[in-house]
Write a protein that binds this ligand. Sequence first.
Ligand code: CP
Length: 394
Amino acid sequence: MDEFASFNAQLNRPIDAKNVEFQRMGRLKHIINAAQLTPELLQTLCRTADSIRRLAKTRRGNEALKSLLADKRAMLYFTQPSTRTFLSFMAACQILGLTCNEVRDPKTSSEVKRESRTDSIRMFSSYFDIIIMRSQIKDFAECCAYLMNRLEEQEKRSVPVINAGSGSDEHPTQALLDYYTIDRSFDFDEHSHSVESRLPALRATYPDLVPGVEHKTYAFCGDIGRGRTVRSLARVLAQFPGVSLFFVSADHPDLMLDDQLRQKLKRAGANVQEFHSLEADVNGRPLIEQIDCLYMTRIQREHNSESTEEELKQLDLSPFRLTLDRVHRMKEYAPILHPFPRDSVIDEIPIEVDNDPRAMYFRQARNGMWIRAALLVHLFDAADRLHEADSAAR
Ligand code: CP
């Protein structure tokens, strides 16, 4: 990626040094990596998302939401396939009144005439107020953020950049919606359909249970090595006290936790353990029966080399498949998440699991729309106006 060679020095810095440049006056300026999602910011965005979904229940509330960012335009630049991230960002824009446009196939843009990606990005910033982008190139979104910062220093037009998935590296807004789903699942009120919290009843069965994301055991299962959603969410969860992160994958170097991430998570204070089956023995009992949350993932075949393709064909993937029997042995409050798409051939979560109350993956995808709307509100500094509208509607 020679056109971004001038950003190499900035790319090769510790993440904390980078992230200072992705914020402005206590708010996000760009969202590029999951390390920007501090516990305080996560709480702010979750409560903003709650306000948006409350307002969206009424016509008056919807009108207030639609006027919030009606003067803004968004470019969705998605050159890697996407269903959920693309559509939920588009829906989030529509909720808030932003006008959207898109480039999904660079063959339809002047990149076919050898226009550089840098020029494309600058053009987007000329016409739009935010760039939401997905690329298979690991550092592309980060370089675009540096480009925008450089333009701002030169007092030229500059807009926020949202990383909507960068290669196999990061997917920070997926981590955001995953966190929001977990936060709601461990609230223990949402699904009770009664005024009383479910917590006292659950405590009778699980005496150590506490609300919140803290002091929980999370299992990630499937393609750990190449899953950008796993990488981003694990980093977010590792910030919280008392968190155990169990990684369950086949014994293959491409699928297992990489050492860099392992060390980062341990340094953050998480109890990191690795297993090769959902039935693995943990202190005398199967893992599946002990976890508080299960995050399933698809084997990402698109990253396979020819030799990996052959090696993976030989693997028995049944220890990583969520059967109905396994679901029934999980804790009754433990949410099952999956960033989707799921693989309809490997069937890591068969459709018969969908009706179990622990299956959260469709809610999780819808939560993406609300929390991405909250992120847009935050980036455009419209939270005060939103909360005023929410208070007026109550
Ligand atoms: N979870 C996720 O990123 O889905 P898409 O690839 O469909 O956007």
